[in-house]
Design a protein around this ligand. Structure first.
Ligand code: SME
Length: 185
């Protein structure tokens, strides 16, 4: 396979990942369920990734949400780490070498590079998507574009009337459950 063919293949995989995420966003009304499946999707679609997940902004702190990877720090203070910086600057950050990022928070000592993308609700930061890799310089601008599309889809989810963000709201009727035969082998 030529380099160009490999690049096209990689972009087709990213497009498929976004399409799958949009399906999760469309078919469910409970936020935690959507974030759990999207973290698993990103973790399994991208190679050389050791952590993929979400932090939700509660007051000034980021609080750990659904993720895949090793257990992580549960709360990140205002402006702390790459995640806090992305919230402050309201923009995606690609860090090619986390060891050179002042204040980087190492949840897994294997992490070498990282991408953080803010998620907005009505133009305010609601949380972040964070993806880590044990490989230096792992994340490309192309991946940022596709991961940003997923975060844009999540903004649509957060702004859609009737969707539920808190477990207590699960008492309200939701969409029909996926039949067990589809999820239990
Ligand atoms: N490295 C992040 C902290 C979260 S963990 O990587 C899962 C940061 O510096 O904000």
């Amino acid at each position: 396979m030529t380099t160009l063919e490999k690049e096209k293949d990689a972009e087709a995989n990213l497009a498929l990942m976004v399409q799958t995420a949009q399906g999760f966003i469309r078919d469910e009304t409970y936020l935690v369920t959507v974030l759990a499946n999207i973290s698993a999707l990103i973790y399994s679609c991208l190679d050389d990734v050791n952590w993929a997940g979400f932090y939700i902004l509660k007051g000034k702190e980021l609080v750990l949400g659904p993720f895949q990877g090793l257990p992580a720090c549960t709360r990140i203070g205002e402006g702390k780490g790459v995640c806090g910086k992305a919230v402050q600057e309201k923009r995606p950050l690609i860090v090619s070498n986390v060891h050179e990022f002042p204040g980087h928070i190492a949840c897994d000592s294997a992490s070498a590079s990282e991408i953080v993308i803010p998620i907005f609700k009505n133009s305010a930061v609601y949380g972040v998507l964070d993806v880590d890799s044990p490989r230096l310089n792992r994340f490309s601008v192309l991946e940022e574009k596709y991961l940003n599309e997923i975060c844009g889809g999540l903004s649509g989810f957060l702004e859609r009337p009737g969707n539920r963000m808190d477990a207590a709201m699960l008492l309200q009727p939701g969409p029909p459950a996926i039949p067990a035969r589809n999820i239990v082998p």
